[in-house]
Design a protein around this ligand. Structure first.
Ligand SMILES: [Zn+2]
Length: 258
């Protein structure tokens, strides 16, 4: 297994592992928690959740590429979800579709983290024991994980939370006083979610990076490509839940019991 490849065989994954697969020809990955018994708990947009409140292009995008088979012939409970919940139980085959299986890495060193070519494949944060991870995933399957948001609350955030119990403080505050409804969620500061995918897409202002203590990590800017790659990596580093100072451990009961 190479440094840049987390691909694993099915026989190699264990209950409690954070797994992911690439969809739509490598444009993004879909994440979930393997809970054993050939089952995966994952977080995906609820197809009809927001249909009456205008359309979201994010959801449309995910719906068109992420749709699971409506009937699974292997497991009768495949596709189980609570009403209005975005947390789904699927069998491994339906979760993967035609994609290959990868395992997310935890507790990697900063140098390995920065060497990864793609966001959303590893974290500096350490994962909790498998029993705790599975317990969180199954609890959230019963109690929900809030609304799906491609940037602030996506499948990778869900899996990251199950593995580490870490939540970004700002997001929690936002949820607590989110009386103004959905639009207020867009005002969350640029820190957005903890997932590598979202931070890779959004990027951070160059000035913010240059003024950060991480600036010494930027290679000499010999070209635009170098600078861009450096910014990309640094932004991922600054957003990783393993190094952020605005993350706290939240019990699954506190998270779901709102
Ligand atoms: Zn299935």
């Amino acid at each position: 297994m190479g440094l840049l490849n987390n691909k694993v065989e099915r026989s190699a994954i264990k209950p409690g592992d954070h797994i992911y697969t690439y969809r739509a020809v490598f444009t993004y990955s879909h994440h979930g928690i393997f809970v054993g018994g050939n089952k995966v708990v994952h977080f995906r947009p609820e197809r009809n959740l927001n249909s009456s409140a205008g359309t979201s292009s994010d959801s449309d995008f995910y719906d068109s590429t992420l749709s699971l088979p409506s009937s699974c012939c292997t497991f009768p409970d495949c596709g189980f979800r609570k009403p209005n919940s975005c947390v789904v139980l699927s069998c491994l085959d339906c979760f993967l579709g035609n994609g290959s299986l990868h395992r997310y890495k935890y507790g990697v060193s900063p140098s390995v983290f920065l060497a990864k070519a793609r966001g959303g494949t590893c974290s500096i944060a350490k994962s909790d024991p498998p029993e705790a991870v599975i317990r969180r995933a199954l609890y959230l399957l019963q109690n929900g994980f809030g609304n799906y948001d491609v940037f602030e609350n996506n499948c990778e955030d869900f899996a990251l939370y199950c593995e580490t119990g870490l939540q970004i403080v700002d997001r929690k505050k936002k949820t607590d006083n989110g009386k103004t409804g959905g639009s207020s969620r867009k005002e969350v500061k640029q820190g957005v979610g903890s997932s590598g995918q979202a931070s890779a897409v959004i990027g951070a202002p160059l000035a913010a990076i240059l003024s950060s203590p991480l600036k010494w990590l930027i290679p000499s800017p010999v070209g635009v490509a170098t600078v861009t790659a450096g910014m990309y990596c640094l932004n991922r580093y600054a957003n990783d839940i393993g190094v952020r100072d605005d993350v706290i451990k939240v019990t699954v009961e506190d998270l779901a019991g709102k």
